[in-house]
Design a protein around this ligand. Structure first.
Ligand code: GAL
Length: 868
């Protein structure tokens, strides 16, 4: 060492040793698992119910009354070789989480369309080794599972140590007692998805992230920092933080606890100095004890969290013993004021904000249920472009990262827990678990999500069958009471499809009432319950397929179907539903309604109404022409099954391509954005001389349509009109052009033209530079174009995708609800001119990959995606 550098190194060492020790270590533990389907040969049949006493014992901290002790003797599954540490899993497939085994499978016509015709059912195992450091003695090691579908059982060195029934709850398993420090330890996780347990595609597997957290024996337990902002004005905010500290060591301990509030960076980490340094609160904790501490902080001129400026803060909790940091927890939060009013809808920071919301299932299209941050962020970006400011996580808690995104991007969230309580919707659904598990599921849900500023309402259930029955109110009241115990700062709601639930007493059990598909009931509800806030918890359910148009165009919602597709004139909906326009009108006329959550933002796997493939769904149609048509369609097929595997409800299709409806919502939800959109496309060689109606969606109030330069008339929206219609246009090829006006001034234009034949392919990536971490994704759109570079409607050529360089094609899609090509396939037909390829880079890759697409007779294309 030269004498000149020595002081620098000494200074650096001094800095390192004075920095607070990171007593808590949280590792993403998602890489390098082994996976196999099924139980070992000859294993006894195990049912989810067999595990109940053991798993409930692990949920004890979330139960007010301690659960019964599990029976003595070996627990279920412990005798199976797959659970044993000695089992050689080298032959098993190696993979990284999040993983969904269902979406990897082939579509199978024999499987129910309701759950996507994908093989998510059955048993599977995951295994991973854990080298526990020798120095870990005295520490706690906890496995955090963000979601496991479903009925998971976790074995540590052959012992059943935890697990969870409901696939959508995040849970923790304390591994401390079973791990051998300084040795190799084995974790094995068994999952079991019974058939007939879901109304939509749930996926199967460890489909969210898994974390390994090590803390001192004296620590803040999971979910035990709770930040509220009870008073918020532009001048001042009160931040109330409640922290629990547990001493799981064998000796008493004297600790000092501080909570400092910082401004947060984009990732929710502290920046700069604390806004107000915390007073240290001392506590003495006996061995095995737990204590709660309250911190109240007043901030002047707080930076508020809002949909337009989602500024965040972070509470940093530090537990110290003498000068030693035992634990340090960062809790991002937002300072905002929310209020549901009975007569003026929802207020955020003192002003009315109309909830322009969508409902979303958890699958990410071609990626299935396997959660991916970038895929969710892309969805939110597209929804934002449409004017969405709110999401309902129908009908279950989302991945934790989704709420991190909604906090960061400024969306409002109705966080929902259940689709069933005690009465079944499917023979093996959650009703089987409700009696034992509803309390731990509910407490885990609220504790995990209650610090997110984006969460504005807790929904305890969707269309639960108790709504119209006397057993509904007591269950609802119990659940609402539990929510209030865990979070007194937010209100409780439920989504009701039964009109009577607004009058039979059920409505009194929730704070904010949600009607599904009842725009005509709002006024009656409001008159009968004038003090109760109301919103459209689920609306529209309009059906369409991107780029498909069925003639003649009719306003009869049961028409507009052909070839297992639904016409994109946005006039088709099932018996319980409406057009978007009808809901807009009800919302506009009744400002006490806080807004709506459209079913759905994106198409999802499963529930392909109106082509559900079983007769029970046909019977859901009221007696009449719609039911008859469904029956006839089934009879014509000569079998029960229809080909459809994904929904038609989405405003965007399964691949994330915009349907026409996107522009209907955008026109209404972003009135300040100059835009106009014409439908249908103008490639109808077989319709020359035939009436081919033209609809225009515009944020303007008037528009003039031109066909090959001739005016087809200028039309103005009347009160309650949300689209302009030229219903008697006679088709001739050429150009259709619209000029929209607002308040008499030109506002926006759009045009569609009759294109030439397909000649070339185009590729466009949503981002040309991505992280080489094996997770970040580029979504690449392939377009089939004519010689002039215009997308060719109705074109469906077979495309071949390939990559050159250190990356891979994760999945492909085209948004066609009837396409049975496996998502992992690299050959896929374009659907109505478009296809999607999802590309990722290998972890640590440098340079770039080139994605190429080719198709017989068409000029190929390529796009380069660089490593960041
Ligand atoms: C609702 C239900 C949703 C979905 C939708 C389709 O009644 O809550 O889960 O099934 O219908 O329109």
């Amino acid at each position: 060492m030269s004498t000149s550098t020595a002081p620098l190194i000494l200074m650096a060492l001094a800095l390192i040793s004075s920095a607070p020790a990171q007593a808590r270590e949280r590792q993403d533990w998602s890489a390098g698992w082994r996976f196999a389907k099924g139980d070992p040969a000859g294993a006894p049949a195990l049912k989810p119910a067999d595990f109940k006493p053991w798993l409930l014992a692990g949920a004890a901290p979330l139960l007010a009354t301690p659960p019964a002790a599990p029976p003595t003797g070996p627990a279920p599954g412990e005798s199976l070789t797959y659970a044993q540490p000695g089992f050689d899993d080298a032959g098993w497939r190696q993979l990284d989480l999040p993983h969904d085994w269902g979406v990897e499978g082939d579509f199978d016509q024999a499987l129910p369309g309701e759950t996507g015709k994908l093989p998510w059912q059955g048993v599977a195992w995951y295994r991973k080794h854990l080298a526990q450091p020798a120095g870990a003695a005295g520490q706690r090691t906890v496995l955090e599972i963000d979601g496991a579908l479903a009925n998971s059982a976790v074995y540590c060195n052959g012992r059943l140590v935890g697990g969870w029934a409901y696939g959508y709850t995040s849970y923790q398993v304390d591994l401390t007692g079973c791990l051998k420090p300084g040795a190799d330890n084995t974790l094995a996780i068994r999952l079991d998805n019974p058939p007939d347990s879901s109304r939509w595609y749930p996926g199967g597997g460890l489909y969210r992230h898994v974390w390994l957290t090590r803390t001192d024996a004296v620590h803040v337990p999971a979910g035990q920092v709770f930040v509220r902002t009870p008073q918020v004005t532009p001048e001042r905010a009160t931040v109330a933080v409640r922290v629990a500290v547990a001493n799981e060591s064998r000796a008493p301990v004297r600790v000092g606890v501080t909570v400092d509030i910082y401004r947060a960076d984009a990732d929710g980490h502290p920046v700069g100095k604390p806004l107000l340094p915390s007073r240290e609160q001392p506590r003495t904790l006996k061995a095995g004890d737990r204590t709660a501490l309250d911190f109240d902080v007043r901030l002047d001129k707080p930076a508020l969290w809002d949909v337009s400026s989602p500024q965040r803060h972070v509470a940093v909790t530090v537990v110290k013993q003498g000068g030693r940091v035992l634990d340090r927890v960062e809790t991002p939060f937002g300072i905002r004021q929310i209020a549901f009013t009975a007569d003026d809808g929802f207020h955020l920071n003192g002003r009315r904000v109309q909830l322009n919301g969508v409902c979303m299932h958890h699958d990410l299209g071609a990626l299935g249920a396997a959660f991916n941050v970038r895929a969710a962020e892309r969805q939110l970006g597209l929804l934002r472009e449409m004017g969405v400011n709110a999401l309902r996580t129908s009908h279950n808690p989302p991945a934790p990262e989704l709420l991190e995104l909604t906090d960061r991007m400024g969306f409002l969230v109705v966080d929902e827990l259940f689709d069933t309580w005690t009465h079944a919707k499917k023979p093996n659904d959650y009703h089987q678990h409700f009696a034992d598990w509803s309390e731990p599921d509910l407490r885990a849900w609220v504790r995990r999500d209650r610090n997110h500023p984006s969460v504005i309402l807790w929904s305890i259930g969707n269309e639960i069958h108790e709504l119209g029955r006397p057993d509904g109110p007591p269950v609802a009241a119990r659940l609402a009471g539990l929510v209030k115990q865990e979070d007194p700062s937010r209100l409780v709601s439920a989504a009701a499809n039964v009109v009577q639930a607004g009058y039979n007493g059920f409505q009194k059990t929730v704070d904010v009432f949600g009607y599904n598909y009842k725009p005509k009931e709002y006024a009656k509800f409001h008159a009968a319950n004038p003090a109760q806030p109301l919103f459209g918890s689920e609306t529209a359910s309009t059906l369409s397929t991107r780029g498909e148009y069925v003639f003649p165009v009719s306003d009869d919602p049961t028409q507009g179907r052909a070839g297992f597709q639904v016409s994109s004139y946005d006039l088709v909906y099932p018996s319980w539903a409406t057009t978007p326009d009808a809901e807009f009108k009800a919302q506009d006329q009744q400002r006490y309604v806080a807004g709506e959550f459209v079913w759905t933002g994106f198409d999802y796997l499963g529930e392909p109404t109106p082509y559900n493939d079983d007769l029970t769904n046909v019977l859901n149609f009221p007696e009449g022409p719609e039911r008859e048509r469904a029956r006839e369609e089934l009879a014509r097929l000569g079998k029960i099954q229809m080909p459809s595997r994904s929904s038609y409800f989405g405003i965007l299709d399964l691949a994330g391509f915009k349907k026409d409806r996107f522009y209907l919502y955008q026109a209404h939800w972003r009135p300040e954005l100059p835009m106009a959109h014409i439908l249908p496309h103008w490639n109808w060689p077989e319709r020359v001389g035939q009436v081919t109606p033209v609809h225009v969606y515009t944020s303007g109030d008037e528009a003039e349509l031109f066909l090959n330069g001739r005016s087809l008339g200028r039309k103005k929206k009347a009160e309650g009109d949300y689209r302009l219609r030229w219903d008697d246009v006679v088709y001739e090829p050429g150009e259709l052009r619209v000029v929209a006006y607002k308040a008499g001034k030109e506002w926006a234009r759009d045009r569609v033209v009759t294109t030439g034949a397909a000649a070339a392919l185009q590729l466009a990536a949503d981002r040309s530079t991505i992280a080489a971490d094996g997770k970040d994704l580029a979504f690449v759109t392939a377009t089939v174009a004519d010689a002039a570079g215009q997308a060719v409607p109705r074109s469906k050529p077979l495309l071949r995708f390939a990559v050159d360089g250190p990356g891979e094609i994760v999945a492909t899609d085209n948004g066609d609800p009837t396409d049975h090509t496996a998502f992992k396939a690299t050959e896929r037909r374009a659907f109505n001119s478009l296809a999607l390829a999802i590309v990722k880079l290998k972890p640590g890759a440098t340079g770039a990959v080139t994605l190429k697409v080719s198709s017989e007779g068409l000029k190929p294309a390529e796009v380069v995606i660089r490593a960041r």
